[in-house]
Design a protein. Structure first.
Length: 289
């Protein structure tokens, strides 16, 4: 089993949470040559996490991105129900849902198991990295590594530096992202960072345009894809991310930055109806399967 180019990432990486984002992060580090341990909350979630990761590995093999076979790559993956199994990891990336209390408790639990030389990161897309760091015993060894969905296809990782993040971690985090074959964008901690703040602002305005009857979702997205070279329209991307996820981010940004981030009523209504996007089969667009 060989990789197509030399990469530089920690040899042992933990991922806390094996949902769509966590599985994608695990896949990225596996392809970079790391031994990866994913921790999930129960057996059903752990089985689903392994299936997601192995499905992405199989696609990478089919595309010829890497050599070898699925069994060889899977030998480098461990899926566990016990966060103590992360104790030997050089880096752990937290990828649990966007809940402040959940993230704080998860990060504190993991930190208790890690050695004093291990690094810890959060994949939050909007929550304060400064605030999370303040809840930890070793905040200088903590930063944000904001991956983008879908992780295997995305070339961007936002490195979020808190006021506590040490200089060594600032340097290493950029090196790790480049080692994954992705491009780092370094930002100081601020509400929504750079990507979520801009992305959500565009998405909210697109939703308001649907709400006001300016144009159909298809035509709004086509205008941005064809006119501004967006790879995906803002409404289709909202479906991919999940309307519930973007609603939570918008509410947080509104509380921090003001009413320009107030969620449109249409967005609230769609979430209340369970029209969350791809994961429910219906959002601004409809999806089979």
């Amino acid at each position: 089993m060989t990789e197509k180019h030399a990469l530089s990432v920690p040899a042992t990486v933990g991922v806390l949470g094996g949902g769509r984002m966590g599985a994608g992060i695990a896949h990225a580090f596996l392809l970079a040559g790391a031994q990866v341990t994913v921790v999930e909350r129960d057996g059903q979630a752990a089985e689903a996490a392994r299936e997601r990761i192995e499905r992405d590995l199989a696609k990478s093999l089919e595309r010829g991105s890497v050599d070898g076979n699925l069994d060889e790559w899977s030998e480098h993956l461990t899926v566990s129900l016990d966060s103590a199994d992360l104790a030997g990891c050089e880096l752990v990336v937290e990828a649990v849902p966007e809940s402040w209390d959940l993230k704080v408790s998860a990060l504190q639990e993991v930190e208790r198991h890690l050695s004093g030389t291990a690094w810890l990161a959060t994949n939050t897309s909007s929550l304060s990295v400064d605030g999370l760091a303040a809840q930890l015993a070793r905040p200088e060894r903590f930063c944000g590594l904001h991956f983008f969905n879908p992780v295997p296809a995305s070339k961007l990782v936002e490195v979020v530096v808190s006021k506590h993040t040490g200089e060594e971690l600032k340097r290493l985090s950029v090196q790790w992202v480049e080692g994954l074959g992705k491009t780092p964008v370094v930002v100081n901690d601020a509400p929504g960072f750079a990507s979520s703040r801009l992305g959500v602002a565009i998405a909210l305005e697109a939703i308001r345009m649907v709400e006001d009857g300016v144009a159909s979702p298809e035509d709004i997205d086509n205008a941005m894809v064809l006119g501004y070279k967006f790879p995906v329209g803002p409404l289709a991307l909202t479906d991919i991310v999940g309307l519930d996820v973007r609603l939570g981010i918008a509410e947080y940004l509104e509380s921090e930055l003001g009413e320009r981030f107030a969620p449109p009523q249409l967005m609230r209504d769609m979430v209340a109806r369970g029209e969350l996007g791809r994961k429910t089969g219906k959002g601004f667009f409809s999806y089979d399967g």
